[in-house]
Design a protein. Structure first.
Length: 279
């Protein structure tokens, strides 16, 4: 009696197939992850561009004055009882664009949590994914620093080149479950020693900056509050409304910033390359 040929795989053949699949998965999964992040980066860039356009529209409607980064409203105790996000919402009419799709921190579940009564505009306004350049755009009369959460707004005429002056960037949510402290504003790289801006003593970028404290201890970026969540870079919108992606070195152009430098040692060394000030 003649034996029939077997049609199944041998154990060795099966192991070879599994090994090939594992190798392909190891090659392709990072590619897929990069593609997803690239899509999120593009979505974030669209968000920040819309917000930048909203700021440009606000400026035209309010006697060519820029918005305030954050400020107190009479009768309300919170330092940030209002932020720039609320002021430009009549122009954007879209609260969800204040949330970057790559941001994983959701303070108190205000975006994706199960408690409905905290998912409202006041919390979205306080903890957006994009920070306002308050060091320079709110540097008219720094004596208001601490009362409004910044100086007074500057006029459009005070900005030498709106297309080369930062308005917004991707920003970190710095804090803990005991209370998220900031995300509505961002610090410029050399804010501490710059003579023409308002800031806190732990502002700016580098070692010792507020942006690397609390939940960022052990995950320091040395970029202050500027978030580098998109393949080690972040999106930036300018005062004229346009937006583009920046790596930290490009965002800190015109300074001596580098990874690991102390915040107090960072200075502006080339104003023509510096994208944060009003010149």
């Amino acid at each position: 009696m003649q034996n029939r040929p077997k049609n199944g795989f041998t154990l060795i053949e099966l192991l070879v197939v599994i090994a090939i699949i594992a190798i392909l998965a190891a090659i392709l999964f990072p590619v897929f992850a990069q593609a997803r992040e690239k899509a999120r980066t593009s979505s974030c860039l669209s968000n920040i561009k819309q917000l930048g356009t909203g700021i440009a529209m606000y400026i035209q409607d309010v006697d060519e004055m820029v918005p305030r980064g954050q400020y107190n409203v009479d009768g309300m105790a919170s330092l940030a009882s209002r932020t720039w996000v609320k002021d430009i919402e009549p122009y954007t009419k879209n609260w969800p664009i204040a949330r970057c799709p790559s941001e994983t921190t959701d303070p108190f579940g205000i975006w994706n949590g199960s408690t409905a009564n905290i998912k409202w505009w006041y919390n979205w306004m306080r903890w957006p994914s994009y920070g306002y350049n308050w060091n320079y755009l709110n540097q008219s009369d720094c004596s208001y620093w601490g009362n409004w959460g910044g100086g007074l707004p500057v006029s459009l005429a005070a900005i030498g080149s709106p297309a080369a002056t930062v308005a917004l960037t991707d920003v970190k949510l710095v804090g803990t479950s005991a209370g998220f402290y900031t995300s509505a504003t961002v610090d410029s790289p050399a804010a501490i020693w710059a003579p023409d801006c308002c800031t806190w003593s732990n502002g700016g970028w580098g070692i010792g900056a507020f942006g690397d404290t609390l939940n960022f201890v052990g995950k320091e970026t040395y970029t202050g509050l500027f978030a580098v969540r998109h393949t080690n870079g972040g999106n930036v919108a300018f005062t004229d409304g346009h937006a583009k992606f920046y790596m930290p070195g490009a965002a800190a152009a015109g300074t001596n910033w580098r990874t690991g430098i102390a915040s107090g040692a960072i200075v502006i060394n080339d104003r023509s390359q510096y994208i944060w000030d009003l010149q």
